[in-house]
Design a protein around this ligand. Structure first.
Ligand SMILES: Nc1ncnc2c1ncn2[C@@H]1O[C@H](COP(=O)(O)OP(=O)(O)O)[C@@H](O)[C@H]1O
Ligand SMILES: O=c1ccn([C@@H]2O[C@H](COP(=O)(O)OP(=O)(O)O)[C@@H](O)[C@H]2O)c(=O)[nH]1
Ligand SMILES: [Mg+2]
Length: 235
């Protein structure tokens, strides 16, 4: 079992410097994201803790998720990895998914949500880190509708485009979408479809913006402050 404290720690609520003074690469009105209360769960506290991890391609989502898993024991579900696994398994949607990823577009919500749903429902975990999803308002609505759940918090790794492009082009994981043409398309999709989701969660007081420039450890210190403030306790 795990639980959360009833309010944010003084560290975040009094100084708030980690998030409050940060000018985002995309000029988001992140002041709206501030809340002095822990976000309420739509499921009355009965469902698992859900953290969505958002950010452009190469912003460091996967890298930071690995550290969150190590330090806080959340179960990591990367939507992109689930889709790549589906391609590798030659499933009925494999070719469609592959072509969509090559184009930097977004796979139909039903496909992605059903993969996430399968993972969540077959797991005993009570805390999930959902990485790279939702990528559009339609994705978000489909998750809410199908899962009957909302995230408790959303981390946004905010990174300048030039840095994201450099990281993607140097990633060396042999991905079909890590090339300059696809990454340019992915950045357009990110701005057009993913930023509105990020803004939505800012308005809902669930967004924690992390400055994604710096060393992996420096960035993780900001993440640690968010989790410390939430007092996620594993019992
Ligand atoms: N803070 C950082 N500084 C420089 N390179 C980084 C940093 N964080 C991650 N990377 C590298 O950038 C690339 C993209 O990181 P990744 O975690 O895969 O991002 P995302 O999942 O957001 O696309 C990887 O090669 C990773 O090793
Ligand atoms: O919910 C998702 C997650 C990923 N993708 C597709 O998978 C690609 C790679 O996603 P991933 O999260 O692995 O990329 P990252 O942002 O980590 O580089 C995206 O560009 C999309 O084409 C998608 O359609 N829906
Ligand atoms: Mg990733």
């Amino acid at each position: 079992m795990w639980r959360r404290a009833a309010s944010l720690s003084p560290f975040i609520s009094s100084s708030g410097s980690l998030i409050r003074n940060h000018q985002t690469a995309y000029n988001l009105k992140i002041w709206e994201s501030f809340t002095t209360e822990i976000p309420t769960q739509v499921k009355g506290g009965k469902g698992p803790f859900i953290c969505f991890v958002l950010g452009g391609p190469g912003s460091g989502k996967g890298t930071q998720c690995a550290k969150i898993v190590k330090n806080y024991g959340l179960t990591h579900l990367s939507a992109g990895e689930l889709l790549r696994r589906e391609i590798a398994s030659n499933s009925e949607y494999g070719t469609t998914i592959l072509n969509t990823i090559k184009e930097g577009k977004i796979v139909p919500s039903e496909v992605t949500v059903s993969l996430i749903q399968k993972e969540m429902e077959s797991s005993d975990s009570k805390k999930f880190l959902i990485d790279g999803f939702p990528r559009s308002e339609e994705n978000r609505a489909a998750f809410e509708r199908i899962m009957g759940a909302e995230p408790d918090i959303v981390l946004f790794f905010d990174c300048p485009e030039e840095e994201m492009v450099n990281r993607v082009l140097n990633r060396n994981e042999g991905r079909v979408d890590d090339n300059i043409d696809t990454v340019r398309k992915r950045l357009q999709v990110f701005k057009a479809l993913n930023l509105p989701v990020i803004n939505y969660y800012a308005r809902r007081g669930k967004l924690y913006t992390i400055n994604a420039v710096g060393t992996v450890d420096e960035i993780f210190e900001q993440v640690r402050a968010v989790f410390a403030a939430l007092k996620l306790v594993t019992e």
